[in-house]
Design a protein around this ligand. Structure first.
Ligand SMILES: NC(=O)c1ccc[n+]([C@@H]2O[C@H](COP(=O)([O-])OP(=O)(O)OC[C@H]3O[C@@H](n4cnc5c(N)ncnc54)[C@H](O)[C@@H]3O)[C@@H](O)[C@H]2O)c1
Length: 313
């Protein structure tokens, strides 16, 4: 059966997850419009993808009105998305992530109660030591970034309750894959590791390397988001978008070395403020809402990331 194409706005669509999502949605025949201020995103990420790019900020209601006119749904990914950046610059993070989300929700309301899929973060669990992280845990963010994502999620769920807005608030866990830049000062660990390994440099680990993460390949995330849009999935509570893997940074370095066929040197630097120690998702809610969702295995995702990184050299 052919499903009708949707008109989808992707805020932050020129970023890492956004451009991967736009590629998937456009290939599936959906009409995709991106709103991105290109602060960390890059128009080049959308090269060859049938998506319309509108350069502007989610903090600008007029820009939101332009892209939301006639839309069916919004995937809200735009954010200042880094813990260390939020530690250095807390107020811009608060504005873009918390107030910006409220602007997106208001735009969804103005345009006929559009379906909103929100990209929350595992960083909201913060200092809560319980593992795995299930959505009923007390959130205890330990960085301005985590606090801003918690505020944004609370706005999204409150707007759903107050205004009957159809909302699905995901919590992503360490997403990685092609288009994730290793370059900027606040780059995530997998692109940094892959970039260093391919260049023959040692891998830099902050702290002892025993901290663990639930790494999720980006195509796993975009497949679930597409399904959520097509089936118009909503939830009155947040939903972890991860599958319960738990990998230490030292294990990650070893896995990368095994894929590249050589042992990689690791250098340790002091642990960073705002970083959480362990992260691993409980995925019962995800499984209930998306019974057919499966995760791309870490090794396959790492290989795809290596392949992409090699094409940029
Ligand atoms: N990558 C992860 O592991 C991860 C984990 C948890 C949550 N998230 C969330 O997923 C979303 C996407 O993350 P990403 O990794 O693709 O980051 P990214 O930085 O690559 O993408 C964010 C995009 O938002 C844009 N943007 C920032 N401020 C904006 C504004 N005011 N108006 C319009 N556009 C703006 C940036 O230019 C960029 O293109 C973010 O909301 C992030 O908080 C990501």
């Amino acid at each position: 059966m052919l499903l009708p194409a949707l008109r989808i706005v992707v805020t932050g669509g020129a970023g890492f997850i956004g451009a991967n999502l736009c590629a998937r949605l456009a290939t599936a025949g959906h009409e995709v419009t991106v709103l991105d201020d290109l602060s960390t995103g890059d128009a080049q990420n959308l090269h060859g993808i049938a998506a319309r790019l509108h350069v502007g900020s989610i903090l600008d209601p007029a820009a939101l009105d332009q892209v939301c006119d006639g839309a069916d749904a919004i995937v809200h990914l735009a954010a200042i998305g880094s813990v260390p950046r939020s530690v250095a610059h807390p107020m811009p993070t608060l504005a873009a992530n918390a107030a910006g989300t409220a602007e997106v929700l208001e735009a969804a309301r103005r345009h006929g109660n559009l379906h909103v899929v929100f990209s929350g973060s595992s960083s909201v669990y913060g200092a809560n030591p319980e593992l795995p992280k299930h959505e009923g845990l007390l959130p205890q963010p330990v960085s301005p970034y985590g606090a801003s994502k918690l505020a944004a999620e609370a706005y999204a769920l409150a707007w759903a309750h107050t205004y009957n807005l159809p909302v699905l608030a995901f919590r992503f866990f360490n997403v990685f894959g092609p288009l994730q830049s290793p370059e900027h000062a606040y780059a995530a660990v997998i692109p940094r590791f892959v970039d260093a390994a391919l260049a023959g440099r040692p891998l830099t680990v902050h702290g002892d390397g025993q901290q663990s993460r639930d790494f999720t390949f980006v195509h796993t995330v975009t497949a679930v988001i597409e399904d959520a849009l097509v089936r118009r999935v909503t939830s009155s509570t947040p939903v972890n978008l991860a599958f319960g893997g738990r990998v230490t940074l030292l294990h990650l370095a070893a896995e990368l070395g095994s894929l590249l066929g050589r042992q990689l040197d690791v250098v340790h630097e002091p642990a960073r403020a705002g970083d959480v120690r362990h992260s691993q998702a409980a995925n019962d809610r995800l499984a209930a809402l998306f019974p057919t969702a499966t995760a791309v295995p870490l090794r396959d995702g790492l290989q795809a990331t290596i392949d992409w990184m090699r094409t940029r050299a």
